[in-house]
Design a protein around this ligand. Structure first.
Ligand code: SF4
Length: 338
């Protein structure tokens, strides 16, 4: 065993889901000090309101957790992933390389012996195939230093195992998509109240992926505001440069107003309940009329009403423009919908 004065230390990638929770438990049980990293992107969905899953798990085990936000570097990956996308707009391999590279940097910074994750061989189609796992390991500079305790016995021994810091016999050989072994293990280790697969990634959701693809195609220099706008309302592509976003309820209307930037044009039908529509991009008269007709379509104006008055402008407080519009027809809407 390697001579170390203090307890060996390891860096965990902790999502707060069952797999990474179990991995932390297995490593702590071997007397290793653990520091957890939790990566958050603008596409993460959290399923425990107001409380980060990873923080919850870290508190339970009494280990420190660092939450690391990835925004601009993650956008770079989505724009041009070296290894392509998964079933949606999820660039999982590049994403893992990015996160694992950051984990390696932390490992070196605090002189930890290795990095570990809750990955299970064959559980996810894109990033947890054997070759993909090897590639991620190599590309992030973690060759030999990345331990997957749940599937370790099915993978070549890591340096930590070879050096005896970790007892390989106490690691597992879980494989495949069935989560039954993990659920049984959670019961065995008395890990109750574990979150069902921790918060997801919007990029794998087909509806969100469609919007994201549209954004990447039409606005390569998109920013966080553009991405946050994708999470709200109905979206319509009016031209390569211009899109409209229509609120579906009052909460979304408020959210759209909060996300409006200089140059965005806002629309609202007058005299009837109305969504807020936001028009973004270099809009000409044609797009302004289209946005007004879409707003009319989703307003509370009676269906037999031929035309409504739509207020529009750069400033929602004044909406100093006015135009008459009739509801856009369903087939036209369908053509524009993103
Ligand atoms: S699902 Fe999303 S967060 Fe998870 S690896 Fe893929 S891109 Fe990254």
């Amino acid at each position: 065993m390697k001579n170390r004065e203090s307890k060996p230390k390891a860096i965990a990638l902790l999502s707060g889901g069952l797999d990474s929770t179990l991995a932390v438990k297995l490593i702590l049980d071997q007397g290793i000090e653990v520091e957890a990293l939790n990566f958050v992107t603008p596409f993460c969905t959290c399923n425990r309101k107001g409380r980060c899953e990873a923080q919850h798990v870290a508190d339970r085990f009494g280990i420190p957790v660092k939450v690391i936000g990835l925004v601009e570097e993650f956008f770079q990956v989505i724009r041009k992933p070296r290894y392509g996308y998964g079933s949606g707009m999820n660039p999982c391999l590049d994403c893992r390389v990015l996160m694992f590279s950051r984990a390696r940097a932390r490992m070196e910074e605090v002189d930890a012996a290795f990095v570990f994750t809750g990955e299970v061989l064959g559980e996810r189609p894109m990033s947890q195939r054997r070759e993909a796992m090897r590639l991620i390991e190599r590309e992030s500079g973690l060759a030999g230093r990345l331990l997957r305790p749940l599937s370790a016995k099915l993978l070549p021994p890591t340096i930590a195992e070879k050096e005896g810091l970790v007892d390989r016999d106490k690691l597992l050989a879980v494989e495949g998509r069935s989560r039954k072994p993990q659920i049984a293990l959670a019961e065995q280790h008395n890990i109750g109240d574990y979150p069902c697969p921790a918060g997801g990634c919007r990029l794998t959701d087909p509806g969100f992926a469609r919007r994201m693809r549209d954004l990447v195609r039409h606005k390569e220099d998109f920013d966080l505001n553009d991405v946050n706008l994708l999470k709200v309302g109905r979206h319509f592509r009016l031209s390569p440069e211009v899109k409209a976003v229509v609120g579906r309820d009052e909460e979304e209307n408020h959210r759209i107003l909060a996300l409006a930037k200089e140059g965005d044009i806002l629309f609202e039908v007058q005299g009837y309940g109305s969504p807020i529509t936001l028009l973004r991009g270099q809009a000409g008269e044609g797009e302004i009329h289209l946005a007004a007709a879409i707003t009319a379509r989703y307003s509370d104006a009676p269906a037999d009403k031929q035309e409504v008055m739509v207020g529009y402008g750069l400033d929602y407080a004044t909406l100093d423009g006015n135009l008459r519009a009739s509801s856009l027809k369903e087939d036209q809407l369908a053509e524009l919908r993103v």
